[in-house]
Unconditional design. Structure first.
Length: 324
């Protein structure tokens, strides 16, 4: 009887070991790769312990350039810093606009932002990007999309050169924008006033202005300062670069003057996690991959291991009977 109990206990422990290995030891991890130069369109994300497809009606993406990430979360535009070392990646702090869209946009965005805060490693190929958490579980999957053209979209300001050798984020509750028309005209929201003028762009070079604007006073000195610095930054730009859905304007020295995302929300920056002041990350999600793989372990391998240990439930008791 004791031998039978020991056999059952041994098999149970072995099955627990298999479960543990299935979520850790055999889990995937990133191999690194090139992030910049593409618009990465989110196709799947981790939520509630499983990988979920992004609905066709929801637009969620990301672009990477010069240590900055920008994109759309599903409802709102977002941007911030990221750090890469080999295959390791981390984000934050990140800022988002704060518009309510309802389900499913808000549901995707909440999970997307939470998963970015848990990202630890990544793998980027020519047409796919996958991010993993610290346990090696897949949490975000992207495909490479087409870049946005300069002319046509409304470009929403994410950060700008304040004229004091610093690039800062936009003031809460403001939505500075710029639109480049196909006819060489440009217009937008400076912060409190509307502006317009002309621009010339060719092969990555750009000349904006002179610009004219309405002359309404801003409610606060901070907004007034932002408006003046933003218009000055636009006229100082000499080059532009578009990475997916993100636009950067730089001056002749290479200094960043303004960065934008192509989005359509009214910005109200709010911390979404990943850095100082970040929200507490949720528990790491497990993943289910095509072909019946869980946690990076092929289903066939688990079946073989399980069968081997289940056999001990039969073999060991039979030996115990023979020895009696």
């Amino acid at each position: 009887m004791r031998r039978r109990i020991s056999a059952v206990g041994f098999a149970a422990a072995a099955l627990m070991l298999i479960s543990s290995l299935g979520s850790t030891a055999f889990a995937a991890s990133g191999t690194g790769g090139t992030l910049e130069g593409k618009l990465w369109v989110l196709t799947r994300y981790a939520d509630g312990g499983a990988m979920v497809d992004v609905p066709a009606s929801v637009e969620a993406n990301a672009t990477f350039a010069g240590g900055r990430i920008a994109g759309r979360g599903g409802c709102n535009g977002f941007g911030g810093d990221y750090t890469v070392s080999g295959a390791s990646i981390s984000f934050g702090p990140l800022l988002s606009t704060m518009m309510a869209c309802g389900s499913p946009q808000d549901d995707v965005e909440k999970a997307y932002f939470a998963d970015l805060g848990k990202a630890a490693t990544y793998t980027a190929t020519a047409d796919a990007l996958t991010m993993y958490d610290a346990s090696g579980a897949e949490i975000l999957a992207f495909t490479a999309g087409a870049s946005v053209p300069l002319s046509g979209p409304t470009w929403h300001l994410v950060s700008y050169n304040n004229g004091k050798q610093a690039v800062v984020s936009v003031e809460t509750g403001t939505d500075p924008t710029i639109i480049f028309g196909a006819d060489g005209t440009t217009w937008g929201n400076a912060t409190c006033n509307q502006f317009n003028g002309r621009y010339d762009a060719n092969d990555g070079t750009i000349k904006i202005g002179p610009l004219a604007s309405t002359r309404m006073a801003c409610p606060t000195a901070e907004q007034q300062g932002q408006e003046a610095a933003y218009l000055a930054a636009l006229e100082a730009a000499t080059t532009y670069a578009i990475t997916g859905g993100a636009l950067e304007l730089r001056d002749a020295s290479g200094a960043l003057q303004a960065s934008f995302i192509a989005a359509a929300e009214t910005p109200m920056p709010v911390d979404i996690g990943g850095g100082t002041g970040a929200t507490e990350p949720t528990a790491p999600a497990t993943s289910t991959t095509p072909g019946g793989e869980q946690g990076g372990v092929p289903a066939g391998a688990l079946a073989i291991l399980a069968a081997a240990f289940l056999a001990t439930l039969v073999v060991l008791p039979l030996r115990a009977v023979r020895n009696r």
